[in-house]
Ligand binder design. Structure first.
Ligand code: NAP
Length: 301
């Protein structure tokens, strides 16, 4: 007889491992399927300062490892594989991975969201050769160099400020003349001496040979830059569920605070779900809530 889990969690970020922790503590037979390593997007965040309880902050990677070991201590197992497809309808759900099929009574989707691309010609070709999506991961390559950041939200301003401490000059390119970002970032930006804000601008072309050497703006101007950091929001990792789960226009899985999706026994937690605030602290809350409703579902309530 093939093994049937009580719960399979897809994705090992904060939401996923919190579901696994709560499920394991409730005595459920739970496995987390993770592609690479624990922590999700959090793991590429230098330091997390807004997760309560860590008064000195904590490196995102370390917090991810702690969440994994905390869940495994109570019996959750981690399987390293890529999920290729899923059959979510019915009482027995089938998850097809790069290393075989798994069966489960419930599924928690915690696949998160990745960076949104600008959609420039050759953008993909120059990833890591001048095009980047994570300032905290790749900023160190641009010490005393010139970089551009695109975007006007909290991430873009945070990235521009971080890079301004490394690079000699930072262009901040935004398609409007006002920001979505919080006042605290806008005030810091105004005080910065080496960030030049280019309002009502967008990047139309990469100028590159072996690496990016510059960018062309929509008004035709050319800027010499060594690197371009794209910080224009995120896109949810939900494509493999399209057609089964209801998604909103941005591709987020439609689920309310209960984390329940349109399919019974399937829950969406963390950044992949429709929600007003995507943070570690809201992701872990989702993880716990999903297990509450999964237990109800499993007991036939
Ligand atoms: P965001 O708030 O959605 O902002 C995305 C920015 O990119 C917007 O300024 C948008 O311009 C611009 N943009 C989108 N598509 C574009 C395109 N194709 N070309 C050019 N510009 C484009 O995304 P985010 O900054 O990544 O933040 C995501 C969430 O995390 C937010 O809720 C944010 O508050 C949160 N966050 C919080 C913190 C913090 O609290 N410390 C730090 C980082 C992020 P428009 O304004 O014109 O739409």
């Amino acid at each position: 007889m093939e093994h049937v889990y009580d719960m399979i969690v897809i994705g090992g970020g904060p939401a996923g491992y919190t579901s696994a922790l709560y499920a394991a503590r409730a005595g459920l037979d739970v496995a987390v399927i993770e592609r690479m390593s624990a922590g999700g997007q959090m793991a590429v965040t230098d330091r997390i300062d807004n997760y309560s309880g860590f008064d000195e902050g904590i490196p995102g990677f370390e917090l991810g490892m702690k969440m994994q070991s905390g869940a495994e201590k109570f019996g959750a197992v981690t399987k390293y594989a890529e999920v290729q497809s899923a059959e979510l309808e019915g009482t027995l759900k089938k998850i097809v991975t790069s290393s075989g099929e798994l069966l489960s009574r419930t599924v928690v989707i915690a696949t998160g969201a990745g960076p949104r691309e600008l959609g420039l010609e050759r953008e993909e070709e120059y990833v890591s050769r001048g095009v980047h999506y994570c300032a905290h991961c790749d900023g160190r390559f641009y010490k005393n160099k010139v970089v551009a950041v695109v975007g006007g939200g909290n991430s873009a301003l945070e990235d521009a400020l971080y890079l301004s401490r490394l690079a000699s000059k930072v262009y901040l390119i935004h398609r409007r003349d006002s920001f979505r970002a919080s006042k605290i970032y806008v005030d810091a930006l105004e005080k910065s001496e080496n960030i030049e804000f280019l309002a009502n601008s967008s990047v139309s072309e990469l100028i590159a040979d072996e690496r990016v050497t510059g960018i062309r703006l929509s008004d035709g101007r050319e800027l010499e830059v060594n690197g371009l950091f794209v910080s224009i929001g995120r896109k949810p990792a939900s494509e493999i569920f399209r057609g089964q789960l209801d998604l909103d226009a941005g591709g987020y899985i439609i689920a309310d605070e209960s984390t329940r999706t349109n399919i019974a026994g399937v829950y969406a937690v963390g950044d992949v779900r429709t929600k007003p605030l995507r943070q570690v602290v809201t992701a872990v809350g989702d993880g716990a809530v999903a297990v509450h409703f999964a237990e109800e579902y499993l007991s036939g309530m």
